[in-house]
Design a protein around this ligand. Structure first.
Ligand SMILES: *Cc1c(COP(=O)(O)O)cnc(C)c1O
Length: 847
């Protein structure tokens, strides 16, 4: 029925051989343009007039942003082409980072800084009559992620490019990113984020790179020519995956790598049978369903929701990505046995785990390898990053769902589970409970596939994302697997953040000061050099400059807050920030209960007492999953308390409370450099790592936090005097929960006071908050146990903030101790210990 070209990749017409004259022009135009002011201005005007079809009398600021973006994109494409050419000639081992989320944020400012073109463009654009800062602000965020996991993927891409590693990111080009959050009557309301409305200059659509992806159908058993029984997956329906490329420039290198995001398109073959029967509507509907696959990002963070469309997204992404990787591998005609020497695939959480099954299927069903040959290749190719041990976040998919959508994959999962359990039985004969615990299949009605088990069995390494978390991985969810595989398979790679975006770009004042002291910008590629800033921690002149930068960042934030909430903030107050996804385990409710406690206390103070109080601004930001009722109630409580507190003339000098709506990367870039204190107060053992904790300290703020995730390692680096720790330890949590449950432990008295205050109706009708207060009965997250220690830690913060010089010293020392938390260090860890890849700089002959 096919009337169109196949979708299995580019056509193989003979390679074009240009005539000599054409080749000369080609070479001239494919060189990177020069970056003098006049050339940039010409490029801007060329794009304004030719790409955007604007004329001088209908240019506005947004069009100017677009023209600038297209002009910068030209540089990216030149470098991208050079890098790809270099890599295809040198053909090194590559790493493929598979992630269902990339929380990139804006690109223009980042690209200008990484390309070292910011000053050139500032002058050139200024000369045309626009201000580069205004144009940067016109860009909408690429918000193709929920929170930490997606942002980690984006930081890793920046580091991979900067360190010249031959790497690709693979993901989905969602048409709707994470929803936009607005406050209506103090409640979160969600609006679709159709971020592509005005086009996207940062993507290159590759209609020539497309693959068919099959769903459903049936499995056919047959005997091949050599008499082997084999299987093939047939029938069902097909959709097409089309590549969209996002060039990612490294900092101060020619290398520019690629994130390839797939979008789904209907297969061109039209259902003419349906059409001829007059069933036009039905055939159109099926086409539409194909496009639906990549429509929207699921907005759940650390919470599994078993929707069919999500499973479709996962397989769609996995299938297209593997076809692309295999096509590239096959170009060099190596034998399959060399695949793991050429290809390393990292799974960012279990979301892409079907990739393991899909590679096994391709190798045995399509490439004719034996089961054992195939499985050997698979298990030397994959590695898997675990991001959580929270039970509600562990992915499991109902067997009937997978059987229906991916019948051959379900067969393979059962088979590899059987072989795996046979190996377990051999090592631990008769240990039935162990077999039950370790099985990929959770028994029940229905059965479920445990994706973490599948990922662990199919990978050569499993890593956690901070020391404590990696220990928990080994002692909780994978304890049996450590006994079976040995502990060497389970490693730690502590997360990091890119200092290019999170310091150089977000905090240019501080970046400039550091470069001045360190004699250049080399530290931005080797963050361990920050250490040398410690020498200035006692220098009063340096302290003043450091804190003056902080002060200006606080003014910038205050202006933003005034803009979006109408509330006026004094930059002299202590800015206390908690911004992250709303989640009970992150305990934003403990923070707001603490604010209520502070407010009540202020109300009871005399004038003389009040004058000794450290004025405080408490700022929250973060999105709640649309279906997460308790998290949304926490937002409503914050906004309700804010309405009362901010309008109280008796206390307003000493306490302000803000909820900044629509937290995203661009908001984080304003918020983080302006904080004196940030809170990372998850119940011990629940936050795998956290990465915003790193961003805050890097920007000269201190942490108030629990002994959890990467807080612990940050504490080790900055020293115990430069971080405010409190609360129960991981090892105590289970016992405390047990004790609370069976011994009628009374709630903390101060927390009871807070609850009374809420129930008095002071913050509006308290009935609406009862379900939230009700969670304190079983108190799974230990708010009561930690509340008094939390308030005491707050008092230590207030006392410390009063001594300006001592506070400055703490901030400088802490920031200067953050060398470990560059994502460059994380990536080097992965590259050396897990991926076994080395840098491949793009050399002159390719540029
Ligand atoms: C860094 C970052 C996160 C992660 O924050 P945590 O506090 O580590 O959970 C989430 N969202 C955005 C926009 C970020 O930049």
């Amino acid at each position: 029925m096919s009337r169109s070209r196949s979708h299995t990749g580019p056509s193989h017409s003979p390679a074009w051989a240009p005539p000599a004259a054409a080749e000369q022009i080609w070479n001239e135009f494919s060189k990177e343009e020069s970056t003098d002011e006049a050339t940039i201005q010409k490029s801007f005007i060329r794009h304004a007039t030719k790409t955007l079809a604007r004329s001088s009398y209908n240019m506005d600021q947004f069009a100017a942003y677009q023209a600038t973006a297209h002009s910068v994109r030209d540089h990216l494409i030149d470098r991208w082409n050079a890098t790809q050419h270099c890599h295809s000639v040198k053909d090194p081992k590559r790493v493929y980072y598979m992630s269902l989320e990339f929380l990139i944020g804006r690109t223009l400012d980042n690209a200008l800084l990484n390309l070292n073109l910011k000053d050139h463009y500032k002058r050139a654009i200024g000369g045309i009559g626009f201000t580069i800062e205004d144009l940067v602000d016109e860009e909408v965020d690429a918000a193709l992620g929920n929170g930490g996991l997606g942002r980690l993927a984006a930081c890793f891409m920046d580091s991979l490019a900067t360190l010249d590693y031959p790497a690709w990111g693979y993901g989905i080009r969602y048409e709707y990113g994470i929803f936009q959050q607005k406050l209506v009557d103090g409640y979160q309301t969600e609006y679709p984020d159709y971020w592509l409305t005005f086009g996207n200059p940062w993507e290159i659509q590759r209609l020539d790179v497309s693959y068919d992806v099959r769903f459903r159908g049936y499995v056919e058993k047959y005997v091949d020519v050599s008499g082997q029984t084999r299987y093939r997956w047939e029938g069902g329906e097909k959709v097409v995956a089309v590549a969209n490329d996002y060039p990612i420039p490294g900092f101060q290198t020619k290398n520019c790598i690629n994130i390839r995001l797939w979008s789904s398109k209907p297969k061109k073959e039209f259902d003419f049978a349906s059409f001829n029967e007059g069933n036009y509507d039905k055939s159109v509907e099926e086409q539409k369903a194909a496009e639906n696959i990549t429509s929207v990002l699921y907005p759940n963070d650390n919470h599994m929701v078993g929707k069919v469309l999500r499973l479709k997204q996962q397989y769609f992404f996995v299938s297209a990505t593997l076809q692309d990787i295999i096509r590239r591998f096959k170009k060099t005609s190596r034998p399959w046995s060399e695949f793991p020497q050429q290809v390393s695939i990292q799974l960012n959480d279990t979301h892409p785990t079907l990739s393991i099954v899909e590679l096994q299927r391709i190798l045995i069903d399509e490439e004719g390898l034996t089961w054992d040959e195939a499985w050997d290749i698979v298990t030397h190719t994959y590695s898997y990053t675990n991001h959580t041990v929270l039970p509600e976040a562990l992915e499991k998919w109902a067997v009937p769902l997978i059987s229906d959508l991916l019948p051959r994959h379900m067969m393979i999962i059962f088979e590899l589970n059987l072989y795996f359990l046979q190996r377990v039985e051999k090592l631990f004969p008769g240990d039935r409970d162990r077999l039950r615990r370790m099985s990929v299949i959770e028994e029940g009605h229905p059965q479920y596939v445990r994706m973490a088990h599948l990922a662990a069995i199919g990978s050569h390494h499993v890593n956690g994302v901070a020391e404590l978390h990696s220990e928990l991985v080994k002692t909780t969810i994978f304890a049996d697997f450590v006994e079976f595989f040995g502990k060497e398979k389970f490693v730690n790679v502590t997360n990091g953040v890119t200092p290019r975006r999170w310091l150089h770009q977000a905090n240019p004042g501080l970046s400039t000061l550091i470069s001045e002291k360190l004699g250049g910008t080399a530290w931005l590629k080797d963050l361990s050099q920050l250490d040398k800033i410690k020498a200035f921690a006692d220098d009063v002149g340096f302290q003043n400059r450091f804190m003056d930068i902080k002060y200006k960042n606080k003014i910038r934030l205050a202006e933003y807050v005034k803009d979006v909430t109408g509330v006026t903030l004094s930059p002299d107050a202590l800015f206390d920030v908690q911004c992250k996804r709303l989640h009970e385990y992150k305990r934003q409710h403990m923070n707001i209960f603490g604010v209520i406690h502070r407010y009540e206390k202020l109300k009871s103070m005399s004038k003389a007492e009040l004058e000794k109080v450290v004025p405080r601004v408490v700022i929250f930001a973060g999105k709640a999953a649309p279906g997460y009722y308790t998290a949304k109630l926490i937002i409503k409580l914050i906004t309700s308390v804010a309405n009362v507190v901010n309008a109280d003339p008796q206390t307003s000098e000493y306490l302000k409370l803000i909820f900044i709506p629509n937290y995203n990367v661009s908001v984080a870039e304003i918020l983080i450099p302006a904080s004196d204190l940030s809170q990372h107060i998850s119940t011990a053992g629940t936050e795998a790592s956290g990465t915003s904790n790193m961003k805050f300290v890097l920007n000269g703020g201190l942490i108030l936090g629990t002994v959890d995730g990467a807080n612990i390692e940050i504490g080790e680096e900055v020293g115990k005097d430069n971080i405010f720790f409190f609360g129960a330890l991981t090892a105590e949590v289970e016992d405390i929960r047990h004790h609370q449950m069976y011994h009628n432990v009374a709630m903390d008295a101060k927390l009871q006071g807070v609850i009374k205050s809420i129930q008095s109706g002071r913050y509006g009708d308290s009935v609406i908050f009862e379900p939230l207060l009700g969670t304190l009965r079983s108190d799974y997250y230990l708010l009561s146990k930690d509340f008094t220690p939390y308030l005491e830690a707050m008092e230590r913060v207030d006392a410390a903030f009063k001594n300006k010089s001592a506070w400055a010293k703490k901030c400088i020392t802490a920031a200067a101790s953050m060398g470990k938390f560059s994502s460059d260090r994380s990536i080097q860890d992965y590259a050396k210990r897990i991926w076994k890849i080395t840098p491949v700089p793009t050399t002159e002959e390719f540029a």
